[in-house]
Design a protein around this ligand. Structure first.
Ligand SMILES: [Zn+2]
Length: 329
C-alpha cells in the first residue's frame, strides 16, 4: 500500500506497512555533522533489525524550504551509504492527510479557536501566577462565548486552532532516555495562516509511513508527549522513540555554522571526504577506532549494538577530522 492510502478514521486506523525507521530533514538549510550523525543512527537502528528505512522531506514550511537543500541532503546521505526504501515523501504533497486529521479532531470536539497574538501568549505565560506546566498556554480562549469570538473576529483577528487537552499527563518510554512525562497543554494544531502545525504532520506521516521507531535529536524530546497524545486521539499507531543526544561544537554549544567546517561540503572543500567524517562519527559512537576512515554506514552494521551506545553528547571539533591514513599518520 502506498503511503497516504489509509483513511484517517477510527474504523481503519492502520495501513499496516512494513515497520520502518526514518529520517526526516527540513530543507531549510544544509545538513551539518550533527544532523548526519542522527541520520546514521536512525539508519543503523532500522537496518540492524531488518526494518525498512524511509526518507521524508519535512518541507511543511513551504516558504523557508528550498529544492537545492533537498538535493544536497539526498546527496549527503548517499555519500555516507545511507539508502532508503521507496521514494522520498514530501510533506508539501500531503496537506490533504493533515486536513483529514484536523477534521477528525474537530469532529471529536477537541479544537477551539485562539485569537491571542504571540505577544499575548508570551505575556500570559510569563505572568507571575501563570499556569503550570511552565510555558504552557493558559487557556485564555478555551471557553470564549460565541459573542466573544465574534467580537475578536470583528477586530480582524484570524484564529489559530488549539486542542482541548485538559492538562492530561502522557508518559513516553524512550529507548535512550528512559521514562519521560509531559503535561499536555492546549497546543496549536492549525496556525493562524491556516497551515497545519508540525505536530499534526509528523504524527500522520509517521503512521502512514509505517514508522515503528522514531530516532531523532533529543531537542525534540519535549514535544514527544504532545505527539503521542495526538496519535492516540487520531487512532494512529504510537511509535517507539529513541532520542539521540545533540552534537556540540568544541565550545560545548549546540553545533552550528559558526563552529567552522560542519557540513560535508565544507569538510570536503578542505580535503576531508565522507569516509573520514563517517569514521569520526563511528568513533564517537564507539563503533570504530578514532582516526580510521569508514567506507560506508553499511560497514558499521556488524558492530552496531543499540544497548552499548554512549549516552553523552558528542563534542565535534572540525579541526580533528582527519583521515590519518591519508595524512600518513
Ligand atoms: Zn488564545
Amino acid at each position: 500500500m502506498e503511503p497516504g492510502d489509509g483513511p484517517l478514521t477510527r474504523d481503519s486506523p492502520s495501513p499496516d506497512p512494513v515497520p520502518a525507521g526514518r529520517y526526516a530533514p527540513s530543507p531549510t538549510g544544509p545538513l551539518h555533522v550533527g544532523n548526519l550523525r542522527t541520520a546514521v543512527l536512525a539508519w543503523l537502528f532500522a537496518r540492524s533489525t531488518g526494518d525498512a528505512f524511509v526518507l521524508r522531506i519535512d518541507d511543511l514550511d513551504r516558504v523557508a524550504s528550498r529544492d537545492e537543500h533537498v538535493r544536497d541532503h539526498i546527496a549527503d546521505l548517499a555519500a555516507l551509504g545511507i539508502d532508503w526504501d521507496g521514494q522520498a515523501v514530501r510533506q508539501s504533497d500531503r496537506f490533504d492527510r493533515y486536513e483529514a486529521a484536523l477534521d477528525h479532531l474537530a469532529a471529536d470536539g477537541l479544537l477551539y479557536p485562539c485569537y491571542c497574538t504571540r505577544r499575548e501568549v508570551r505575556a500570559a505565560v510569563s505572568a507571575p501566577h501563570g499556569p503550570s506546566p511552565e510555558g504552557a498556554y493558559p487557556g485564555t480562549c478555551r471557553d470564549l462565548t460565541a459573542a466573544e469570538r465574534a467580537a475578536r473576529e470583528a477586530e480582524g483577528r484570524r484564529p489559530s486552532w488549539r486542542v482541548r487537552a485538559r492538562g492530561e499527563r502522557v508518559e513516553v518510554v524512550d529507548r535512550l532516555r528512559g521514562r519521560f512525562a509531559g503535561v499536555i497543554d492546549d497546543f496549536v494544531v492549525r496556525r493562524a495562516d491556516g497551515a497545519p502545525a508540525y505536530q499534526v504532520a509528523v504524527v500522520v506521516d509517521d503512521h502512514d509511513q509505517g514508522v515503528a521507531e522514531v530516532v531523532r535529536g533529543d531537542d525534540l524530546l519535549d514535544t514527544t508527549p504532545r505527539q503521542v497524545w495526538l496519535a492516540r486521539r487520531l487512532g494512529l499507531t504510537v511509535p517507539g522513540y529513541a532520542h539521540v543526544p545533540l552534537v556540540l561544537g568544541p565550545d560545548g554549544q549546540r553545533l552550528a555554522k559558526r563552529h567552522g567546517a560542519v557540513t560535508l561540503g565544507d569538510l570536503r572543500g578542505r580535503g576531508d571526504g565522507p569516509q573520514a567524517i563517517l569514521g569520526a562519527m563511528a568513533a564517537s559512537l564507539g563503533l570504530a577506532d578514532p582516526g580510521m576512515p569508514v567506507g560506508s554506514v553499511r560497514d558499521l552494521l556488524a558492530v552496531f549494538d543499540p544497548d552499548r551506545l554512549p549516552s553523552g553528547a558528542w563534542r565535534f571539533d572540525p579541526a580533528t577530522v582527519r583521515d590519518r591514513r591519508a595524512a600518513g599518520v
